[in-house]
Design a protein around this ligand. Structure first.
Ligand SMILES: O=C[C@H](O)COP(=O)(O)O
Length: 248
């Protein structure tokens, strides 16, 4: 049985002070969540959020990392630096990083390998553009992204990570993929994992949906057999909304 995982990706929002307010409010609204809960603030707020959530079931994730251990990479942050802060998860290959910061399938693969070696749980993002969906290319695009992201990993490693399916056209637009469409793509991802690894791995790997998830649509999405959670942007910025998502 896969435990659902709901993660909030705050993107470039919330100063450390605002993060503190949000986390304190969230803690007062959720007691013992039945799902894994993860908050992904900016790098600068990670320490604050980690300290505030220390004795709670809330996990903390970064939004990106570099694949090298150290070196002349101005502005970058390593997996070791995240680990030292007590970070548990790291989002890898978010479409905004693919679109604006030259993230490629190859760098996603390197980062995923590095995260696993450092004992961070990667949340590996994949998803098609609207144009690709309209040309009926979603299956090909998404499964190739999965194949390339997971290249060289063992079944055990794949089973331990999280894959987030985020159709780019649904991110921050208010347009959610229908629960049927989202489930269909998550099913294709699971099939691909089975092909790359084996049935057991495919059964274990958790696949999230992301793209305009909100309290009004989470229940329907979570009822689908291949959807094991959500990667949430906008609705994770308000404690009440995020708490409602966790309690779906
Ligand atoms: O990482 C989160 C996704 O990009 C979804 O963002 P959104 O919930 O604001 O559409």
């Amino acid at each position: 049985m896969r435990k659902p995982i709901i993660a909030g990706n705050w993107k470039m929002n919330k100063t450390s002070k605002e993060a503190k307010d949000l986390v304190e409010k969230l803690i007062s609204l959720i007691e013992e969540p039945e799902v894994d809960v993860v908050l992904c603030p900016s790098y600068l707020a990670l320490d604050t959020v980690k300290n505030l959530t220390k004795n709670t079931p809330i996990g903390v994730g970064a939004q990106n990392m570099h694949y090298e251990e150290s070196g002349a990479y101005t502005g970058e942050v390593s997996a070791e630096m995240l680990k030292e802060l007590g970070v548990d998860y790291v989002i890898i290959g978010h479409s905004e990083r693919r679109q604006y910061y030259n993230e490629t399938d190859e760098s996603v693969n390197k980062k995923t390998i590095k995260a696993l070696k450092t004992k961070l749980v990667p949340i590996v993002c994949v998803g098609e553009t609207l144009e690709e969906r309209e040309k009926d290319l979603a299956k090909e695009v998404v499964t190739v992204q999965v194949e390339k992201a997971l290249a060289g990993l063992s079944g055990e490693e794949i089973a331990s990570l999280v894959i987030a399916y985020e159709p780019i056209w649904a991110i921050g637009t208010g347009k959610t993929a229908s629960s049927e469409d989202a489930n269909e793509v998550c099913g294709w991802i699971r099939e691909k994992v089975q092909e790359i690894a084996d049935e057991n791995t495919a059964e274990q790997v958790r696949i999230q949906y992301g793209g305009s998830v909100k309290p009004s649509n989470i229940k329907e999405l979570m009822q689908k057999p291949h959807i094991d959670g959500a990667l949430v942007g906008g609705a994770s910025l308000k404690a009440e909304d995020f708490a409602a998502l966790i309690k779906y």
